[in-house]
Design a protein around this ligand. Structure first.
Ligand code: PEP
Length: 249
């Protein structure tokens, strides 16, 4: 049985005092459930705080990005091994904001995926199409291209123990959510794509949905057979919302 996950993405938000209050509420209320994982991905400077506040809770933590490099003259970069030193379990790779705003290519994302795994982190590979791509009927072509870049660089076996997140760009931070049926169609296509090479790997791969998930719409999304949880942006900053989403898993 594959894991089900709710992962928060704080993006460029937070502050020591604000985090303290949010992490305390989450640590107090997130219950342990077999096969279900709750995690938050925080800005790099807050990894230490996440570790000290969450290490005895049922919540894991991680980063929102890692360098594709391991060490050297790469000013401003943070390696996967550095993130792992703070007890992190996860890192996002290829979030659409990284792809679009910071011009990360499929090839760079694939390198980051490999770096994360070599450091012992679980990469959460984000894929998703823009509105223009969806309107042009290119959704499946785009998400398969993004996934195939990782498979080509790291091998299909690299998906074992990894997490995939389908996040339509037009639904991120916009308040507009893909309907459960729209999201399920893409999740099923992604799983079938992997299954065409290895059914076991496909069956074990958690595929999360991300894009304006709230406690009010989480349950209907999570009820879909190929939606194994959510990657949550804005709503992960509000304890009551995030806990409501976790309860819906
Ligand atoms: C995200 O940042 O991955 C995300 C899904 O954001 P939001 O939930 O705010 O749409």
């Amino acid at each position: 049985m594959r894991n089900r996950l709710v992962i928060g993405n704080w993006k460029l938000n937070g502050g020591l005092a604000q985090n303290e209050s949010l992490l305390a509420k989450l640590a107090a209320d997130v219950d342990g459930r077999i096969g279900c994982i709750c995690a938050v991905t925080v800005p790099f400077p807050y990894l230490s705080q996440a570790k000290s506040r969450l290490q005895h809770s049922g919540i894991a933590w991680g980063s929102q990005d890692v360098s594709r490099f391991e060490s050297g003259a790469y000013t401003g970069e943070v390696s996967a091994a550095m993130v792992a030193e703070f007890g992190a379990k996860f890192t996002l790779v290829g979030h659409s904001e990284r792809r679009v705003i910071f011009c990360e290519t499929d090839a760079v994302v694939a390198q980051k995926f490999g770096s994360a795994q070599r450091a012992g982190l679980t990469p959460v590979l984000c894929v998703g199409e823009t509105l223009a791509e969806r309107d042009a009927g290119l959704t499946e072509q785009v998400v398969m291209r993004q996934l195939d870049a990782v498979i080509a660089a790291q091998g299909l076996a690299a998906l074992v123990g990894a997490v995939l997140a389908y996040e339509p760009v037009w639904a991120i931070g916009t308040g507009r959510t893909a309907s459960p049926a729209e999201a399920e169609a893409v999740h099923l296509a992604l799983r079938q794509h992997v299954a065409s090479v290895d059914a076991q790997v496909a069956g074990d791969l958690p595929i999360l949905y991300g894009g304006s998930v709230k406690k009010s719409n989480a349950a209907e999304l999570f009820a879909m057979p190929n939606i194994d949880g959510g990657l949550i942006g804005g709503a992960s900053l509000v304890a009551e919302e995030f806990l409501g989403i976790w309860a819906a898993l």
